[in-house]
Design a protein around this ligand. Structure first.
Ligand SMILES: CSCC[C@H](NC=O)C(=O)O
Ligand SMILES: [Zn+2]
Ligand SMILES: [Zn+2]
Length: 415
């Protein structure tokens, strides 16, 4: 390991030691750390407060032709919460074990990207590289909680329009194989809440139309639908992000008592909440019909709410928010060639099973790809013991050097 590589790992560990997990991410410490790195590289630095106490840091390297559409490299600063007692190493210590695995919340999702972008830019500067197009790096708050006060605000701001962004790179996911994964769209997150009411009754009585009897019928029907979707994945007919997922998030029912629940009382109401993810090509109307007619019919005293989660996106005239991954998108070829030139392989472009900030840029028609350069790495985002191997992290910097230099050198007239 070279001195430079050691310094890059140190920097990664420093960033990981800043606790940016919800519910109280330390955005001030994170942005001050990142902007001082930007300063040491010689990047221009701006901090926007689209929402109080939620800084959005933008670092920029002006291109030699600033009239051309620019490149934006995005990562989010925040992380999901941790249950520290369930980790084998403290989640904000960034412990590096003898195998080189660095354990920390955010190591894969997605604080690796921030440091890899910066180190790639530092290396390009050092090599005397000069970009044709301007390169912007954004570090945004609140991705994990929907981005309303982060990337959503940024993407609709005048400051963003002035950047004249032509292409965006945002987070993707780790790959367990030796091929990098790349994402061209997200599934959209919806919430489904089903409620049932019915007559209360003695716990010993068999009668029709109890609230939870109706609710359980619905729960079972949804479970069968979930199984059918999951079977398509298990049989290899679809990718997991190409089906609708419906996962139970909470169940609420029963008459509370000081010792638990009143056990001889069949309750008069109950409720179940689901996280629903829908591929960009699927019409949600299809789910409404199933709910109205089979799963939660009013004739069984059931009601439901099915609503999109997160900030409202622009209506794209029914077009899915997808970035083309063929010759119709010149940026795609530049990206693909750069990955190959770095010695990497790309697997078939995928839809992201979850969602991320790239959708806020795609809604303006800006091509955006999700990419986190981690091969031969278990997918650990949002899990206990999230970690990333030092060698994988370092390789990512090299990959970005290729990608960033290719994208920012991409000549005019093609885009
Ligand atoms: C409603 S937007 C929530 C965004 C979140 N992103 C990462 O996990 C997700 O649940 O996909
Ligand atoms: Zn993320
Ligand atoms: Zn996440």
């Amino acid at each position: 390991i070279t001195e430079l590589e050691q310094a890059q790992i140190d920097l990664f560990q420093q960033y990981l030691r800043i606790n940016t997990a919800h519910p109280s991410p330390d955005y001030a410490a994170a942005t001050s750390f990142l902007s001082s790195q930007g300063h040491s590289i010689g990047l221009r630095s701006q901090t926007f407060f689209f929402s109080p106490n939620k800084p959005l840091l933008l670092l920029s390297w002006p291109g030699s032709d600033p009239s051309l559409p620019s490149i934006l490299l995005n990562s989010h600063i925040d992380s999901v919460p941790v249950e520290p007692s369930k980790w084998s190493h403290p989640p904000f210590a960034a412990h590096r074990d003898p195998h080189g695995r660095i354990f920390a919340r955010g190591s894969q999702d997605d604080k690796c990207l921030a440091v890899q972008y910066l180190e790639a830019l530092r290396a390009l500067k050092a090599s005397g590289f000069s970009p044709l197009r301007s390169i912007h790096v954004s570090f945004v708050p609140d991705e994990e909680i929907g981005g309303a006060d982060g990337a959503a605000r940024f993407a609709e701001s005048d400051e963003f329009k002035e950047l004249n962004v032509g292409f965006v790179l945002d987070e993707g996911q780790a790959s367990p194989t030796d091929e990098f994964r790349v994402f061209y769209a997200d599934r959209l997150p919806w919430s489904l809440i089903v409620k049932a009411v019915g007559s209360p009754g003695h716990g010993s009585r068999l009668y029709d139309g109890a609230a939870l009897e109706n609710l359980m019928e619905c729960v079972e029907a949804i479970a069968r639908f979930r199984d059918n979707q999951f079977d398509l994945v298990k049989e290899g007919l679809r990718a997991s992000s190409e089906v609708i997922s419906v996962n139970t998030i909470y169940m609420k029912a029963g008459i509370p008592s000081p010792t638990g629940f009143v056990m001889n009382m069949q309750p008069s109401e109950g409720e179940v909440g689901y996280d629903v993810r829908v591929p960009p090509t699927v019409d949600i109307g299809f789910l409404r019909t199933r709910l109205d007619e089979e799963w939660a019919p009013v004739t069984r005293n059931m009601t439901y709410e099915l609503f999109p989660r997160g900030p409202k996106l622009r209506d794209n005239g029914g077009r899915p928010l997808a970035t083309a991954t063929d010759e119709s998108n010149p940026w795609w070829s530049v990206f693909e060639k750069a990955v190959i030139a770095s010695g990497g392989k790309l697997s078939k472009p995928e839809i992201l099973a979850s969602t991320t900030d790239a959708r806020f840029m795609r809604q303006w028609g800006i091509p955006a790809l999700g990419f986190s350069p981690m091969t031969n790495t278990p997918i650990l985002l949002h899990e206990h013991n999230e970690h990333l191997k030092d060698t994988v992290f370092l390789k990512g910097i090299k990959v970005y050097e290729h990608i960033i230099s290719a994208l920012s050198s991409f000549p005019a007239n093609s885009s």
